[in-house]
Design a protein. Structure first.
Length: 363
C-alpha cells in the first residue's frame, strides 16, 4: 500500500524536513537518507529513485511524495514512516517531535502483515509454483554473525556485587567500568564492591569460573546523580570507576552517539536479579527518545541497572537504569516501559566534567 497524507500534514512534514540541518545541501541530503535507510532490505531501490538536486523545500516535497508512493520495504512497514522515525530521533523533544509522534497514531505506517493473504487454507500441499517460503509479519531473519558479535560484547559485561545489592556494569576502556549512580553512589561504596566477570553458564548449562576485579582506590572515579524524575544534563545516573585485576582477554565496549529511531530494536546484555548473564533479544522496540533518555520494551529486572543497551549496528547507545510505570518526558504521560540514559548525553557530561575519563572512553 502507499500512504496518503492530508494536505495539511504533507505541508507540515515538508516544512520539518526542509528545515532539517542535514537537508540544506545535496551531499547532506544524500548522507542523511543513506543513514535513514541503512537497515532497509530495499535500500538501493529506494535511494536510486530519489532526486536530491534543488532547493531544500522542493527536494523535500519530491522525496516525501516518492516515499509515500513507494509503499513498504518489508511486510507491515511503510518507508515514509522510516523517514519520520529518523527525523523524530534527531529532533528528540518539543512541539515538532510531538507532531511527528501524532502522525503514527493517525496513519498506518506500521500495518498488519499481509503475507498470510491467500494462504489461509494451506496445509503443506502447495504446488511447485505456489507458496514456498514467507516472511510472516515482521522479518526476523538475521545474519548468523550477529550472535558472534553479541557474544564478544557480552564478555565486557560484569555482575556487580555491592553492599547495597546487585547490579550490572560493563567496561568502556581497558580498566574503566560504567554502571548507574544508584548502583555505585560514591568511592566508598565502590571499594566494597566486587566486579565479577564470567558470571554465566556455558553451553552445557554449567557455571563458568568467576574472575573478580576490584576498585582501584587511587584510580579514576566520577559519578552523576540520579534525578528525582526525568534525567537532565546534571543528573544522568551513572558512575565510572577504575578497576584492578581486570582479565586481560576482555575487550571494552565503546559508548556511541548514534541516533535511536523510534520502533528500532535494542538489545540488552545484563544480570537480571543478579542472576547469570542473560540477553534480551525479543519484543525490544524503542518507544520514546529525547536528548537524555530512551524508553523501550526490552525486558529487564532489578539487577539489570547499568547494562549496555545495544542497537542493531552493535553500538552502545544507552545505559539501562530504570523500569516500570515511567513518565514520558515530553508528554508527562505514564507508560509501562524500561529506560536507559543515552550514551551521547554521558559522553557530553564526561567531556565537560571528567576529561581524563572522556579521553579514554571516547574512542
Amino acid at each position: 500500500m502507499s500512504i496518503r497524507l492530508s494536505q495539511e500534514d504533507f505541508d507540515k512534514l515538508t516544512g520539518i524536513l526542509s528545515q532539517h540541518s542535514e537537508w540544506q545541501n545535496t551531499q547532506g541530503r544524500s548522507d542523511f537518507l543513506a543513514d535513514v535507510f541503512a537497515g532497509s532490505p530495499r535500500r538501493a531501490d529506494i535511494l536510486t529513485q530519489l532526486n536530491l538536486e534543488g532547493n531544500p523545500r522542493g527536494t523535500a516535497i519530491r522525496v516525501i511524495q516518492k516515499l509515500a508512493d513507494f509503499g513498504q520495504d518489508e511486510a507491515g512497514r511503510e518507508v515514509l514512516g522510516i523517514l519520520i522515525n529518523k527525523l523524530l530521533a534527531y529532533i528528540g523533544g518539543g512541539a515538532e517531535a510531538d507532531y511527528l509522534r501524532d502522525l503514527f497514531s493517525r496513519y498506518p505506517f506500521t500495518t498488519q502483515p499481509v503475507a498470510s493473504r491467500g494462504v489461509a487454507g494451506w496445509h503443506g500441499k502447495e504446488t511447485e509454483g505456489g507458496v514456498a517460503e514467507k516472511i510472516i509479519g515482521e522479518n526476523t531473519l538475521r545474519d548468523i554473525y550477529v550472535l558472534e558479535v553479541l557474544l564478544d560484547s557480552a564478555r565486557a559485561v560484569v555482575r556487580i556485587n555491592g553492599p547495597d545489592g546487585l547490579g550490572t556494569g560493563f567496561l568502556i576502556a581497558d580498566n574503566l567500568l560504567i554502571t548507574n549512580n544508584h548502583v555505585i553512589g560514591d568511592a566508598k561504596c565502590a571499594a566494597k564492591c566486587s566486579f565479577e566477570f564470567n558470571y554465566q553458564l556455558n553451553r552445557k548449562g554449567v557455571a563458568l569460573p568467576i574472575r573478580t576485579a576490584k576498585f582501584a582506590k587511587r584510580g579514576l572515579f566520577y559519578t552523576s546523580a540520579m534525578a528525582d524524575s526525568n534525567a537532565n544534563a546534571a543528573e544522568l545516573d551513572y558512575t565510572v570507576v577504575q578497576l584492578t585485576d581486570v582479565p586481560k582477554d576482555v575487550s571494552p565496549l565503546t559508548l556511541g552517539a548514534a541516533p535511536i529511531p523510534r520502533d528500532s530494536r535494542l538489545v540488552i546484555i545484563q544480570h537480571p536479579g543478579g542472576d547469570y548473564k542473560k540477553i534480551s533479544l525479543q519484543n525490544n522496540f524503542v518507544e520514546y527518545v529525547d536528548e537524555f533518555v530512551v524508553q523501550y520494551t526490552t525486558s529487564t529486572e532489578p539487577g539489570s541497572s547499568g547494562s549496555p543497551v545495544i542497537n542493531e549496528s552493535f553500538e552502545i547507545v544507552a545505559i539501562h537504569h530504570a523500569g516500570g510505570n515511567l513518565s514520558e518526558p515530553a508528554t508527562k504521560r505514564r507508560y509501562l516501559r524500561n529506560e536507559g540514559i543515552r550514551a551521547s548525553a554521558i559522553l557530553n557530561d564526561l567531556k565537560k566534567n571528567a576529561p581524563k575519563i572522556y579521553q579514554r572512553a571516547a574512542r
